[in-house]
Design a protein around this ligand. Structure first.
Ligand code: C5P
Length: 286
């Protein structure tokens, strides 16, 4: 977070799921999960500037995103206003780097950054517990992004506690030109089948097992993704490969930073230019 006297600039990092176990469906329609999440170095940027009247001017570098009350940044603003009873005007600019429908938590991270930014601007009227309660109401991943460090998530993912996970792991993030709605992935988890010849089993790594139970339903419908995972695992530069969250991003942990650069170049050539490919690293404690 950085600030000038009249503006705030906030970093909203993406996340990867290092493991994601779905434990079962709950009476409220959500699924109980156990997941390890780490923030990564790819990030959106949220700029906040107060305006004199109660006017909201919201702009975004991505013209395809709705800038109305359905945007999680606006939902965060409304939740904050309602909780504090304070309403004022804002110029909000969102510089998007994290793709949508990617399983990288972009919208959730933007919402958490908005909550943190508003609270800072207004002199911290809300406690950490208050912010966490607002974050829970905005989405299962939002509380994780308030922490800004690797965390274990339980419940529907919103009960987060700090976890040990290495910083600076070299990653390649690959998101094909389609997104996956999270509700769809969870709805199809029960009864989904494994495809033959695809590695779903936990990949044992020095930092723990990497596995994602949502790969099963998602790979059945979006068959490019298991092909991409298989391709990544066949590359000498790859240490491990997994889908993040509900997809569509599949990421590789590379053997070292040079291998990550080489792998990203090969992946871009293999997938074509409509696929989003980024080299990144895991983030430790800020
Ligand atoms: O909490 P969030 O708004 O991100 O969740 C979006 C949808 O994903 C939920 O409405 C639900 O259908 C599904 N979901 C779930 N179990 C979770 C998280 C999300 O079933 N743990």
């Amino acid at each position: 977070m950085s600030s000038t006297p009249d503006a705030l600039s906030l970093t909203a990092p993406a996340k990867i799921n290092v493991f994601l176990r779905v434990l079962g469906k709950r009476p409220d329609g959500y699924h109980d999960v156990e997941t390890l999440m780490s923030p990564v170095s790819v990030a959106d940027r949220l700029e906040l500037q107060p305006l004199p009247a109660k006017k909201i001017k919201f702009t975004c570098s991505d013209a395809t995103l709705p800038l109305d009350e359905t945007n999680l940044v606006m939902k965060a603003l409304r939740a904050f206003e309602q909780r504090t009873g304070v309403q004022q005007g804002w110029r909000i600019h969102l510089e998007k780097e994290i793709p949508s429908g990617a399983g990288l938590g972009g919208g959730s991270s933007d919402a958490a950054a908005m909550l943190r930014g508003l609270n800072q601007w207004q002199g911290f009227p809300l406690s950490e517990d208050d912010l966490r309660a607002l974050a829970c109401g905005l989405g299962s991943d939002v509380p994780f992004f308030l922490h800004g460090r690797p965390c274990l998530g339980t419940g529907r993912g919103e009960v987060v506690s700090p976890a040990k996970f290495p910083a600076d792991l070299p990653l390649v993030l690959i998101k094909p030109p389609f997104g996956i709605p999270t509700p769809w992935a969870y709805q199809h988890w029960a009864g989904s089948q494994e495809l033959p010849g695809v590695l779903y089993a936990p990949q044992l790594c020095p930092w723990g097992a990497m596995v994602n139970d949502l790969e099963r339903p998602v790979f059945q419908k979006y068959t490019l993704l298991p092909a991409l995972k298989r391709w990544l695992l066949d590359q000498a530069e790859t240490f491990a490969a997994l889908m993040s969250g509900s997809g569509s991003t599949v990421y590789a942990v590379a053997r070292d930073p040079i291998a990550a650069n080489d792998l990203a170049e090969k992946a871009q050539a293999w997938c074509g230019e409509t696929t989003w490919v980024r080299v990144a690293t895991t983030l430790g404690i800020r």
